[in-house]
Design a binder for this molecule. Sequence first.
Ligand SMILES: C[S@@+](CC[C@H](N)C(=O)[O-])C[C@H]1O[C@@H](n2cnc3c(N)ncnc32)[C@H](O)[C@@H]1O
Length: 214
Amino acid sequence: MTDDVLAEQVGYYRSRAEEYDATAYGDVDAARARIARLVATMAPRGRVLELACGTGLWTEALARDAKSVLAVDAAPETLAIARERVPSNVTFAVADIFGLAAEERFDVVFFSAWLSHVPDERFDEFWRLVGTWLADDGRVLFIDEHTDERPKEAYVSDGIVERRLTDGRTYRIVKHFIDPAALRERLRTLGWTCTITRDGDDWIAGTAIRATDS
Ligand SMILES: C[S@@+](CC[C@H](N)C(=O)[O-])C[C@H]1O[C@@H](n2cnc3c(N)ncnc32)[C@H](O)[C@@H]1O
C-alpha cells in the first residue's frame, strides 16, 4: 500500500511542478525572503546534500554559503525549474531518496517539506540512510510544517491525504505534520539530538546531530 502511495506521491509532484511555486508559496518573492532568512540562521557550510529539492527555492539559498550542493529529487520536471535558478556550485540528481547511493559524506543534509512525506514505517530507515550520508560531525537541517496545519488537509486514511491539482486530478500522498516534542523523542531513540524551533504558525525548523555518549 505505502509503496503505491510513494509512487503516486512522485507522480503528483511531477504533475504539479509548473504550478508548485504558486500553490505552495503564493508570493514567491516573500517566500524567497523568508527562506533566505531561515537558511542564513541555519548557516549551512561546506558540502551540502539537499533531499527533495523540488523547484530549487531552498537550493538557491543554500548555495550562497555552501561550498557545494548536491540537490536530489525524484521529479525531473521540478529539477528542470530548479536548474534555472542556481549558481554553478550546485549539481542535480534525479533519484529516489530511498535508493540514493551517495559517493561522498556531507557536512550538511538538508530537507524542506520532505520529512512529513516519509511514511511512518519508513521513518527509521530514512534516518539510518541520512546517517550514512552525513560526515561524522555533520548536521541535519530541516524545515517542515507544524501539526497545527493538519486541518488544511483531506485525510483519506491514517497518514495519507488526497491532494488536487488545478486541473482537477487527485493524488494520494503521505503527510505527517510535525509535533516537535514527539519528533525530538523519536529521534532521541534513534541516536539523534534534535532541536526544533517554530517559524510563524506554519513552519518548524529543526537541527539534528548524532548524540554523543556522556
Ligand atoms: C513538498 S515538495 C518540497 C520541495 C522543496 N523542498 C520545497 O520545500 O519547496 C516534496 C518534494 O519531494 C519530492 N519527492 C517525493 N517523493 C520523493 C522520493 N521518493 N525521492 C525523491 N524525491 C521525492 C517531490 O518530487 C517534491 O519535489
